[in-house]
Design a protein around this ligand. Structure first.
Ligand code: HAS
Ligand code: CU
Length: 557
């Protein structure tokens, strides 16, 4: 198995840096392990084996409390902590300099940790069983909202630390093009900071005052509108760090080069301007949003397809370039020449393959009339397990297979076990997601106990069994991979003195310094993002805020 080790680090992260990035990973993986525990429980429930009653003695009182833990820990906490840690490494390594204000990044990190604890306690006490979207009028304990706010603000602060570091680098480097991975990391962070303005307005303006008792009711439509202002670009905040790796690192891991530095940058800029102004595709069935506006967001959703199609083309071209250099031939046979024995590479390739299906499903979701058939059915969790659960999570696990050895100076424990883990997860995901999509089309609702429900027709049964079986396989595969990461981190074997696992930074075939200037300038893209958001959201927000009807009393599930 070839995870490159080298004796001449380009820029060695200091011990403190490595520890700091590693702390992010410890929290991220802990959240993943706890959150994933509920995955097979839900899947088996669908198959008719409800194990939730046996969890009551551990304080888990319902399927919905488990589902809340699953969604919050996996979709929100695992991702945010992994991403902030990974981007910290990318900024330091990419700019080849330490963080400008390390105390600022540490402040942000610890704020996120405090927020996590504040949000987790009410969930564990069954006082915030509101699922990861926390739609009002379902009401959570105040600390849940405070906790989420601290996690978001903490991540912003870490981002400010990146900007200052970049600013200092920029002042010393004149017109030198920003290294691709750094530009991509910064765009991801800016996208996140623009996106989260929606949820900040929702929590600070509506939910917190309501849960403290300053307001009697809440306006669910306005809340949902703010939520999805954040909720859609949130999915690209998850995805883009995986793209940083697919474009900027994976080519190096397969002995190739990035096919086009310019195309890669263009994709990231397009995400910056197109990710936010399309949240209404989550609200196609919400009354109160005029169909003309739903149409506009629908068109914009189809446009955000393009940067992913660019990615499809560029990443596969980069892989092919590497595979041919490794001796691969033929129209498709070159695929066999990719280093499939390297679990880090395989995890990311499998993530990409699953994402093809997730992406096609996204196109179905975005089509208004098709959406009416699949909205709120099991199809939707089928879709997002292929995206955030595969493209993102499987890529992050693949990254961890070199990142943890890089941070700890220890070799990856048992690459073979790692391979077994990722393949098992892949097979489980194929079965699970296909069954969820199918049973969703047959009408099975999402977020509902199905296994023992009296209304379930016989033609769902086989698919619900596959949900249970696939979901269990996924858990076994993921935990196998996590064990590999954990044993690597805590084992005593170290790499020989002077050797270490480098960050795989890919060169590009085109010269990075020849990339057009407009692909290295912030202003036009920031202006473009602001204009599109104002056009796509402004009139509706003015209308909804002006006509706010905070009349829904709280409902405690
Ligand atoms: Fe989505 C619902 C539309 C992408 C996540 N989405 C969700 C929800 C989540 C989610 C969590 O329009 C549920 C929210 C909830 O709880 O209610 N989604 C889209 C569209 C895309 C899309 C158009 N989604 C994502 C990504 C996510 C994500 C990415 C997480 C990371 N989604 C929707 C809509 C809904 C929705 C509606 C609302 C549904 C409803 O009614 O509730 C597109 O961005 C997808 C574009 C992707 C592609 C694929 C390109 C393929 C690539 C792979 C390359 C292959 C490689 C492998 C590298 C076009 C790049 C090569 C391997 C070799 C061996 C050679
Ligand atoms: Cu969306």
């Amino acid at each position: 198995m070839t995870i490159a080790t080298t004796t001449s680090p380009v820029y060695p992260l200091t011990k403190e840096d490595r520890r700091f990035v590693g702390l992010h990973l410890v929290i991220a993986f802990s959240a993943l392990v706890i959150g994933s525990l509920f995955g097979p429980l839900q899947a088996l429930e669908h198959a008719g084996l409800d194990l939730y009653p046996s969890l009551e003695r551990f304080g888990i009182q319902s399927y919905y409390q488990g589902l809340t833990l699953h969604g919050v820990l996996n979709a929100l906490i695992w991702t945010t902590f992994f991403i902030t840690g990974f981007l910290t490494l990318v900024v330091i390594r990419g700019l080849q300099r330490p963080l400008a204000l390390p105390w600022l990044n540490r402040l942000g990190f610890w704020m996120m940790v405090v927020g996590l604890v504040a949000a987790a306690i009410p969930i564990l006490l069954n006082k915030a069983t509101v699922l990861y979207t926390f739609y009002p009028p379902m009401e959570a304990n105040t600390w849940f909202y405070v906790g989420l706010t601290l996690v978001v603000v903490g991540s912003w602060i870490e981002g400010w630390g990146f900007y200052v570091t970049y600013w200092r680098w920029r002042k010393e480097h004149g017109t030198t093009r920003t290294p691709f991975i750094v530009l991509a990391a910064l765009i991801t962070m800016v996208l996140w900071q623009i996106a989260t303005l929606g949820v900040a307005a929702e929590i600070l303006g509506l939910l917190l005052p309501w849960s403290i008792g300053l307001a009697d009711g809440v306006d669910p439509l306005l809340s949902r509108t703010f939520f999805w202002f954040t909720g859609h670009p949130l999915v690209y905040f998850w995805l883009l760090p995986a793209y940083v790796s697919w474009y900027g690192m994976l080519p190096k891991q397969v002995d190739g080069k990035l096919f086009s530095n310019s195309l890669a940058r263009l994709a990231f800029w397009l995400f910056l301007i197109l990710s936010t102004p399309l949240g209404f595709h989550h609200q196609f069935v919400d009354p109160g949003i005029p169909s003309g506006w739903k149409y506009i967001h629908s068109i914009l959703t189809f446009s955000v397809f393009f940067p992913s199609l660019l990615t499809f083309f560029t990443v596969i071209a980069s892989l092919e370039y590497g595979a041919r250099k490794r001796g691969g031939t033929g129209r498709l046979a070159w695929i066999k020449a990719l280093p499939w024995k390297n679990p880090s590479v395989t995890a990311q390739l499998l993530a990409g393959i699953l994402f093809v299906f997730g992406g096609i499903g996204g196109l179905a979701n975005a089509s208004y009339n098709v959406n009416l058939v699949l909205h709120n059915t099991a199809w939707v969790p089928g879709h997002f397990h292929l995206t955030v659960g595969s493209a993102v999570t499987l890529s992050f696990v693949g990254i961890a297979f070199w990142l943890v050895p890089h941070l700890t100076r220890k070799p990856l424990w048992s690459p073979k076990t790692a391979l077994v883990g990722v393949w098992t997860y892949f097979v489980g995901m194929l079965i699970f997601s296909n069954a969820m999509h199918t049973v969703g089309l047959l009408g099975a609702p999402r977020r509902t106990t199905l296994g023992l429900a009296p209304y379930v027709p016989p033609e769902w049964t086989g698919h619900l069994w596959r949900v249970g079986f696939g979901g269990t396989l996924m858990w076994i595969g993921l935990m196998t991979a996590v064990v590999v990461v954990a044993v690597t981190a805590f084992r005593s074997t170290r790499l020989p003195e002077g050797e270490y696992v480098d960050v795989p930074v890919a060169e590009s075939i085109d010269d990075e310094q020849q990339v057009p200037v407009w692909l290295d300038r912030w202003m036009p893209w920031l202006v473009g993002a602001a204009v599109l958001i104002i056009l796509a959201y402004g009139p509706q927000l003015i209308d909804k805020i002006g006509g706010m009807a905070p009349t829904s009393p709280p409902f405690t599930p």
